[in-house]
Design a protein around this ligand. Structure first.
Ligand code: GYE
Length: 343
C-alpha cells in the first residue's frame, strides 16, 4: 500500500470517528424525541397513556371509553393506547405487561374484578410506570401498588337505592306488606356489583318484610339480564321490586316483564330500580318505566387527566377521589336535563 493511500484511509477513519462522536453527543443533548408528533412541523413530545379498558358491555362503559378518547387526544399532547379486554382479567394483565414493555408514561386501569392484581401492579411499580385505577376498584393490602384511584362510591349508590325504596314503600303505605325483591347482579366480583349488592343486603337485613325472591347475575348486559329474568319469571310469580345493577340490565328486565304480561314503573305493578343514569336509562325513567335511577357518572377522562397533569408537575394526587352523585325519579327529569348530561 502506498504511503499516500494509507494516509487517505487514516483520514477517512478519523473523520468517520469524529462524525460518529458528534452524532453521539448531539443525541445525548437532544430532548426525549422517541414519542413525538409532527403536528405543526415542529416535533412535540407526547405523553403516552396505556389504557386497559375492561370491556364494552354497557352504555356506561361506552361513555367511559369515549370520555377517555375525547380527553387524551393528540391535540392535547397525548397518545392513547386503548386495549379492550372483553371482560377478561387475563387479557387486562397481558395488556398491562405490554404497556410496560412499550415504556408508556402512565397506565390507566379500569379493572374487571377487584382481586388478583398484586403481581402485575408490582411489575408496573418496579418499572416506574404510575398506574391510575379508574371506575371500579382493586383490592390490595399494599396501596403503594397504584398511584391513585378515581370513581364512584358503589356502596353509597346501593344505600341510596335502599333508602329510596324504604321511603317509597312508606309513602305507599306498603311498609308492613311482604315485599318480594328480584335482584339482577352485575358482573360478579366487580366492585360495582359488590357495592350495589352490599347496599341491597343491608336493606334486606334491615327490613323483615323484604324478601329476596331471586338473585341472578345479569353481567351488566341487556341480553343476559333478559335471559335470567325470563327464567326467574317461570318460577317466581310474585314480584314487587326488581333491583337491576345497571341500565342495560333494566332494559332486559323490562323486555322479560313485558313478555310475561307484567307492568312496571311509575304506573305499573313492579317497582324498577336501576343504576347508571345513562341517557337511555334516564329517558326510560322520565317516561315512567324506571322508578328510580341511581346516578353513576362515567365521564372520568378529565378526572384522570387532572391526576396525570399533577403527576407531570411532580405533585401528589389524592389517593382516592369519589365522584359526587345523586338519584333520579321520573318527575325530576326533562329532556333538556338529560341532554345536558352528556352521556
Ligand atoms: O354501572 C355498568 C358497567 O363499573 C360503574 O360497569 C361501572 C359499571 C356500570 O358496565 O353499567
Amino acid at each position: 500500500m502506498s504511503e499516500k493511500y494509507r494516509k487517505k484511509i487514516y483520514r477517512r477513519t478519523a473523520l468517520g470517528a469524529a462524525v460518529f462522536l458528534i452524532v453521539l453527543a448531539l443525541a445525548a443533548c437532544a430532548p426525549r424525541m422517541n414519542r413525538n408528533a409532527e403536528t405543526d412541523g415542529s416535533a412535540r413530545q407526547m405523553t403516552v397513556i396505556g389504557f386497559s379498558q375492561l370491556g364494552n358491555e354497557s352504555d356506561w362503559r361506552i361513555a367511559n371509553t369515549e370520555s377517555m378518547e375525547n380527553t387524551f387526544t393528540e391535540e392535547a399532547g397525548y397518545e392513547l393506547l386503548t386495549d379492550d379486554a372483553r371482560q377478561s382479567q387475563e387479557k387486562q394483565i397481558a395488556a398491562i405487561r405490554n404497556f410496560i414493555l412499550r415504556e408508556v408514561d402512565y397506565i390507566v386501569l379500569a379493572p374487571v374484578v377487584v382481586s388478583g392484581w398484586e403481581e402485575v401492579l408490582a411489575e408496573a411499580r418496579d418499572a416506574g410506570v404510575p398506574v391510575i385505577v379508574m371506575d371500579r376498584r382493586v383490592e390490595t393490602e399494599d396501596d403503594s401498588l397504584y398511584t391513585a384511584w378515581v370513581g364512584s362510591d358503589m356502596e353509597a349508590e346501593g344505600d341510596r337505592a335502599v333508602r329510596w325504596l324504604d321511603e317509597y314503600l312508606k309513602e305507599q303505605g306498603r311498609d308492613r306488606e311482604e315485599i318480594s325483591i328480584v335482584h339482577i347482579q352485575g358482573s360478579l366480583n366487580s366492585s360495582a356489583q359488590l357495592g350495589r349488592t352490599a347496599g341491597l343486603d343491608r336493606g334486606l337485613a334491615g327490613h323483615r318484610n323484604w324478601k329476596l325472591a331471586a338473585r341472578e347475575c345479569g353481567e351488566f348486559t341487556q341480553a343476559k339480564a333478559y335471559e335470567v329474568m325470563r327464567d326467574i319469571l317461570k318460577t317466581t310469580k310474585e314480584v314487587d321490586v326488581v333491583y337491576c345493577e345497571n341500565d342495560n340490565e333494566a332494559f332486559g328486565v323490562m323486555q322479560a316483564l313485558g313478555e310475561a304480561g307484567l307492568t312496571y314503573g311509575k304506573d305499573g305493578d313492579v317497582i324498577l330500580i336501576s343504576f347508571d343514569a345513562t341517557e337511555a336509562g334516564l329517558t326510560a325513567c322520565m317516561n315512567g318505566q324506571i322508578n328510580l335511577n341511581v346516578e353513576c357518572n362515567p365521564l372520568h377522562g378529565p378526572r384522570v387527566e387532572k391526576i396525570i397533569s399533577l403527576l407531570e408537575e411532580d405533585g401528589t394526587p389524592q389517593k382516592e377521589s369519589y365522584v359526587e352523585e345523586t338519584v333520579f325519579e321520573p318527575d325530576d327529569l326533562t329532556e333538556e336535563l338529560i341532554r345536558e348530561r352528556g352521556y
